[in-house]
Design a protein around this ligand. Structure first.
Ligand SMILES: Cc1cc2nc3c(=O)[nH]c(=O)nc-3n(C[C@H](O)[C@H](O)[C@H](O)COP(=O)(O)OP(=O)(O)OC[C@H]3O[C@@H](n4cnc5c(N)ncnc54)[C@H](O)[C@@H]3O)c2cc1C
Length: 603
């Protein structure tokens, strides 16, 4: 039911009114039709169709959680495979800014096609198609109109949503039992209610689209046969490719051809304020000059390609004090909070906010305790957001470190697959409050480890020897514990089994953290170890790397491997052995020193 302009046939009330029909608004509308078909839904969207292909918005790369949401929960799997690219995971090349031969840099990436599908999305095509599908499914879509204000009602009364034609005129009001703000980063309701908060992460971006395929493999001469043989199927270019250096990364994302047969590549620069202020990428000319300086091989490849568009965002990350309110409103997508594009979590958070909103609305339809549900989901979402943001706040030095970045990706994947994805894939948010609580507690324990881990990785990278290393870090190695975590995403588990599984992984995450500390200490020079211990406050950690794990270094060959804890063996398979030439006694001494509580001053 499309409304080109507001007219008298428009119902005066909807159970849910969604302001903004971008990816977040349309995804939520579709989820509502599927999970709460009795609810009447209206989406008010400023921009009319047709939407531009390729050059519509950023948010093109999706990872496991969002892909599960789009493919399975929203039932779009067949559609996505037909109209977008299946993605070949995330691929990283740290070591930029030092040497510029790609074959001399570390490559971190999957060894073969992904087993759990994820997609490279053309946002214009996806949003256009979602609008068509939603209309067909009975969503009332008012296009070409802007929401001007929302008068929030107290008690049980309806909210009043005031809107008018984009550009002015035809002011109208529609009543809403629930209002969802999906208006994007300017966040109508967040601004009105004064909810915007700093996220503690300052970074900027510039991006553009070019026609045709820009293939990472073309950056490496055919004479580098070993490099090319790592990818016999020649499918690297399906990955989200990251060229990385201190405080930055540059992306290539392929976008599938539309009806005109023309495919595109999305190219973008992300820079952290502390090393690369926004001004360095603010215009087309500056962005290209920046690429020439930091990634000259990429520059040679892309400099003459016509830019279909060019956009920038200064300080793109923001937080919010609230996402879901007992007063019958919620925020979704950029209208709520946005952390960072690295690992593409934007659509993950759209999936979480849409799912949580629908759960709260189900409680409301059942006549249940909406206030309790809204408060619970608000806590859970903001906890996920803060923990995710921490992945980026201190990451600038790690992006430049070929030694530390693989350790970070190992850690980040471990936590993401074992907790965040499992929570979503198993639908644990649907549990009643009393059964859900134990997962919230687990989330807090994972968060505590996450804050320690990110600080450690950052301080380690600041001090690490960051000269490029021409190695291929296969991530995940198959078979490995990390690969099993990934494959476990498609394994059915009851809530009890999922809880036991996550508890087990939480314990392993604690072991990984200790092993990361051991690796950092072993790699650094003695005076840097003391600095690291102080910067990270190792003595305050509840656990140090276990003495028996360190003692296993006294063994050799198979005996040593068998003596190592399984998770340490797994890390070695991905990250190599603990660096440096230390015997067990030397390692024990440096760990004991780093974790020792300082003596209290006498007197
Ligand atoms: C540099 C960068 C790279 C990114 N890369 C990725 C990525 O690879 N993967 C990923 O998942 N995410 C990525 N993201 C995040 C992603 O772009 C966002 O999460 C996503 O686009 C948010 O969608 P949305 O629907 O909330 O907002 P939008 O897409 O901005 O949609 C908001 C909609 O509301 C409409 N609107 C605005 N105001 C009004 C109004 N008053 N009334 C009616 N309609 C209104 C607009 O027309 C628009 O259609 C990236 C972000 C950045 C900054």
């Amino acid at each position: 039911m499309s409304q080109e302009r507001p007219d008298s046939s428009l119902p005066s009330r909807f159970d849910v009114v969604i302001g903004g029909g971008g990816l977040a608004g349309q995804a939520l509308a579709r989820l509502l039709r599927r999970e709460l078909p009795e609810a009447t839904v209206c989406v008010i969207e400023r921009q009319r169709r047709p939407l531009p292909v390729a050059a519509h918005k950023v948010g093109e790369s999706s990872v496991e959680l969002a892909s599960q949401f789009f493919s399975v929960v929203l039932g779009l799997d067949e559609y996505l495979r037909a109209r977008h690219y299946l993605k070949n995971g995330l691929r990283f090349y740290p070591g930029g800014g030092h040497t510029h031969a790609l074959e001399d840099r570390t490559e971190i990436g999957p060894p073969e096609r992904a087993k759990v599908p994820s997609f490279q999305l053309d946002r214009g095509r996806l949003e256009q198609d979602l609008r068509d599908m939603n209309e067909e499914a009975g969503v009332t879509l008012i296009e070409g109109c802007v929401v001007k204000d929302v008068e929030l009602a107290d008690g049980d009364g309806d909210h009043l949503v005031h809107f008018e034609t984009h550009g002015g005129g035809d002011p109208r009001t529609v009543r809403a039992g629930w209002f969802v703000d999906a208006t994007g980063r300017r966040g109508l309701l967040r601004a009105k209610l004064g909810l915007t908060r700093p996220s503690g992460h300052l970074a900027n971006a510039a991006w553009w689209r070019v026609p045709g395929r820009v293939d990472v493999a073309d950056l490496v001469p055919q004479s580098a046969t070993a490099w090319h043989q790592r990818d016999p199927e020649h499918i690297r270019w399906y990955s989200t490719v990251h060229f990385m250096g201190p405080g930055y990364w540059l992306w290539y994302i392929p976008l599938a051809a539309g009806d005109d047969g023309q495919d595109h590549t999305s190219i973008g620069i992300v820079v952290h304020d502390e090393l690369h202020p926004f001004d360095t990428v603010r215009t087309r000319e500056r962005a290209l000059a920046w690429v020439e300086k930091h990634e000259p091989r990429c520059f040679a490849q892309i400099k003459d390609l016509p830019m279909v568009d060019f956009l920038t965002l200064k300080h793109y990350s923001h937080a919010t004090a609230r996402m879901f309110s007992p007063q019958r409103w919620s925020l979704i997508g950029d209208a709520g909070a946005f952390s960072d594009p690295f690992y593409s979590p934007g659509s993950d958070f759209i999936a979480l906010a849409a799912s949580f909103t629908v759960e709260i609305l189900k409680v409301r339809h059942r006549g249940g305790d909406v206030a309790e549900a809204a408060e619970r989901f608000d806590r859970v979402y903001l906890q996920f957001f803060d923990t995710t943001c921490e992945t980026y706040r201190k990451a600038a030095p790690v992006y430049g470190s070929p030694r530390v970045l693989p350790a970070k990706v190992y850690w980040d994947d471990f936590v993401y697959w074992s907790f965040v994805c499992q929570y979503f894939f198993r639908g644990l948010f649907k549990l009643p409050a009393d059964q859900h609580e134990r997962f919230e507690l687990l989330g807090r324990e994972f968060a505590a480890l996450q804050f320690r881990a990110q600080k450690l990785l950052s301080e380690w990278a600041r001090r690490a020897d960051n000269t490029p290393r021409p190695v291929h870090v296969v991530l995940p190695v198959i078979p490995s514990m990390l690969a099993s975590l990934y494959l476990d995403l498609v394994r059915d588990m009851s809530p009890d089994e999922a809880h036991a599984y996550m508890r087990d992984k939480l314990a392993l995450a604690g072991e990984i953290l200790g092993e990361l500390a051991l690796r950092a200490l072993a790699e650094l020079a003695p005076e840097q170890r003391d600095e690291l211990a102080r910067a990270v406050d190792l003595p305050s950690w509840p656990r140090r790397p276990p003495a028996d794990r360190i003692a296993s270094e006294a063994e050799v060959g198979g005996k040593r491997r068998r003596a190592l804890p399984p998770i340490v063996r797994d890390m070695e398979r991905t990250l190599g052995r603990v660096p440096g030439d230390h015997d067990a006694a030397a390692l024990e001494a440096l760990v004991a020193r780093a974790f020792a509580r300082p003596e209290r001053a006498a007197g």
